[in-house]
Write a protein that binds this ligand. Sequence first.
Ligand code: TMP
Length: 406
Amino acid sequence: MNACRICGEKSIVEFFDFARQPLSNSFADAAAGGREFAFRLAAGFCTGCTMAQQLEEAPRDRVFPADYPYRSSESAGSRRHFTEAAKTLIATELTGSDPFIVEIGSNDGIMLRTVKEAGIRHLGVDPAKDAAELAAAEGVRVRVGLFAEPTALEIRAADGPANVVYSANTISHIPGIESIFDGVRALLAPGGVFVFEDRYVSDIVENTYFDQIYDAHFYLFAVRSVQAMAARFGFDLIDAEHLPVHGGSIRYTVARSGERRPRASVGEFLARERERNLSDPDVYRAFGARARATCGNLTALLRDLRAAGRSVVGYGATAKSATVTNYCGIGPDLVPFICDSTPAKQGTLTPGSHIPVRPPEAFSRPYPDYALLFAWNHAEEIMAKERGFRDAGGKWILYVPDVHIV
Ligand code: TMP
């Protein structure tokens, strides 16, 4: 049995094995040819502290290289979300005199732009140099590198303690998460908060979002497991808020133990997670069985469409689509190309599955009969943008919560 990366107990029950998988964002490597890095992608559930996590770790410097292609500001939904997140923090936690906020994983600075415009002291920390340069070009203060205690001490020495440490879609990516909490402890001002958002395992399980499991998503957080993790590192979970982004996320707020009273939301989430049996390994095994069925159904549909002479194009070369294409065995024979608006992905190939990535303009030249929506978390925005596809008789294929055509 594997030992849990959080509590150290040898109590991990494996619930899904995706076999060998490439790194989900290695579009450039795939396009360069040669042997691609691969690792065993398998997920398990700790029967001790209840944290869902991967069983093997892909090297962090490979998962988040300097040319990491993802851009947080690529979708209007995401831009709206981060503007709102910044405004909420400004109104609630950054109200004292000369407050200071640090963001871990600031990407292209989409959240900190609003903070900067409000004239509030800030610093983004991100190892993705290319994305950090975009943030800097917008006037956002950034430091290229990983966040850990030594970084935190340097920041504190230069800028003073932080009232807020914020992070979105990053904390669950870091297997050695104690390094983050050590850094946050060193950096936070007394009474300060650590606010982080991540995909919610309850939504993932309920909707069979199996593609949310890929190299970067090392942990799948629940309120109960985050509360246990925070306690282990000397923090209290004081608030939890459900967010609609990425199919369902939670914004967790933690403070040093004993500094703040937990809100009612924490108890309410814990009760709901008990009702949903989120601490029962069988719930995760059943999720795995549904994921297998979805893959079988999706490939069968794509083969039937090919046999019937129907054209299919993918939409959204997401990181999570690496799990779908590679686990289900979907290559350019079934999906000849995927459209994506991210310049750094265009002209490359999808990791492992080697499906060409083309700009969205390629979608309508001519429209295919069907479009497989890998970026299902942006469905509303993409379907509105590509209204012409439906008008031309095109149909969208979705594979969550199960395979269906709309
Ligand atoms: P995400 O699901 O990890 O946010 O990735 C979404 C991907 O989909 C990203 O590569 C950008 C792409 N995308 C488009 O190509 N067109 C769009 O309209 C949107 C919203 C996203």
